[in-house]
Design a protein around this ligand. Structure first.
Ligand code: KE4
Length: 428
């Protein structure tokens, strides 16, 4: 098999930027992307046979680690029976039942094939249900690449410095209000001016796309109040936090109930599954039950639902979230000790098993807290850790993910590598 360098040259000839998702191009951290051929547990193996401890975790879905035996056998069994029928199956009902049993605010859920599809469909439902057109999102939050959300978006859009993409019609963009994360006064001001036209406010209850930014005390409850005051719907984008920060997502962890929940990543266990759900009175407005159209060839297909079912069933095991919490805390402590020992200006922000090491002076509470973030140091950290056999997300504005497959030894290795690499950055 060609080396990563050769593969990337081939890829660039036939795929824009040589990648099927921009952030994978590693533009913001320099160098060229590594091509991987295999994942197993907490490890990734590249095309040259080199093994890494992986904390990128495919951007979140792999809470059980790579190639979990239950997931692999469920997918293989399903594949032998056919991968997609475009017709009803028991598996999609079982997955929907599992989802509604974990998220008490979700009485019905529509399965789709990505977080983007889930978020854009939830917004269409909110607009259809309220008869209003405007939406509030937060600078630095990312809800996939549907036009209405590519306004000061986070994740790859932020990484590549194009938070508001060309191709989004101005007439559509003006329907999106931008708010400041963790700033209720700012949200109130927007609603005081435009509340009667706002269909919904969408938020990542724990921001993961400007790096990990927890909600300030009372922030989520305040959003709930403001939406109620103005009869707007509150949408929690739990594509990252769903089944990650607790069995019932951020809404369970922070005890704030949204009107609609957007899901992705973990719910598909590494295969393409997204979903949007909420009370039956809202969800029954979705076609064919109601008039709000939404559809998808591969929605709820037997292969993807098999992976999702195996993953959510494994996450039903007693004590698994306590284990994830412990591993997350252990990695954060290891990174903080490495920062202290290296004497660099950096900080770790964590919720459960998701975290970010920011090269930032102050606590990161919103996107503008990152005005002075040293993305140059993050790039060197990324490259140094790669060299040391640890794969991080190739962007300062993403999250590290710990899985149930990460051992104490893995966490020790990551922490030791971080101390060495951070020490080389002291004084830079
Ligand atoms: P997908 O369409 O990529 O499945 O989901 C979009 C999405 C929606 N909401 C949130 C909170 C998300 O984080 C995402 C996607 N996350 C990014 C990384 N943070 C995916 C990685 C990529 O774009 O390559």
């Amino acid at each position: 098999m060609d080396s990563s360098v050769d593969m990337f040259e081939r890829a660039q000839r036939v795929i824009p930027g040589g990648v099927n998702s921009p952030v994978r191009a590693c533009d913001s951290v320099g160098g060229k992307p590594v091509f991987f051929r295999e994942g197993r547990g907490s490890r990734l193996v590249d095309v040259d046979g080199r093994e890494y401890v992986d904390v990128m975790g495919s951007w979140g879905p792999l809470i059980l680690g790579h190639a979990h035996p239950d997931v692999v056998s469920a997918v293989c069994d399903a594949a032998r029976g056919g991968t997609s029928f475009g017709a009803c199956t028991a598996a999609e009902v079982e997955l929907a039942e599992l989802i509604t049993s974990r998220f008490s605010s979700v009485e019905k859920v529509r399965l789709v094939s990505s977080g983007t599809e889930a978020a854009m469909s939830a917004l269409r439902l909110a607009r259809g249900a309220t008869g209003r057109d405007e939406v509030v999102k937060f600078a630095g939050c990312y809800h996939g690449h549907a036009d209405s959300f590519l306004i000061q978006a986070g994740s790859g859009a932020l990484t590549l410095g194009v938070p508001s993409s060309p191709g989004v019609p101005a007439d559509l963009a003006k329907l999106t209000h931008l708010a400041r994360f963790n700033d209720l006064d700012n949200v109130r001001k927007i609603f005081e001016e435009a509340g009667a036209s706002i269909a919904a406010l969408i938020v990542e209850p724990v921001a993961g796309n400007m790096g990990v930014v927890p909600p300030a005390e009372g922030f989520l409850a305040g959003l709930r109040e403001i939406c109620d005051e103005h009869a707007a719907l509150l949408i929690f984008d739990e594509v990252i936090t769903g089944f990650r920060v607790s069995a019932g997502g951020a809404q369970e962890r922070y005890e704030v109930v949204p009107d609609l929940t957007v899901m992705g990543k973990v719910v598909g266990g590494g295969l393409p599954v997204g979903g949007f759900g909420g009370p039956a009175k809202l969800m029954d407005q979705v076609a064919p039950e109601g008039p709000v159209y939404q559809a998808g060839t591969l929605s709820g297909n037997p292969l993807a639902t098999a992976a999702g079912l195996a993953t959510l069933r494994a996450l039903g095991e007693e004590g698994i979230y306590e284990t994830l919490e412990r591993s997350g805390a252990a990695l954060a402590a290891g990174l903080e000790a490495a920062i202290a020992s290296a004497g660099v200006t950096a900080r770790v922000q964590r919720v459960g098993s998701m975290m970010t090491l920011f090269f930032n002076e102050s606590p990161v509470a919103s996107l503008d807290s990152l005005d002075g973030v040293r993305t140059d140091l993050y790039a060197r950290f990324y490259q140094g850790m790669l060299e040391a056999g640890v794969t991080l997300p190739p962007s300062q504005y993403e999250a590290f993910f710990v899985s149930t497959a990460h051992s104490e030894e893995d966490i020790g290795k990551i922490s030791a590598a971080a101390e060495t690499v951070l020490s080389s950055l002291a004084g830079v």
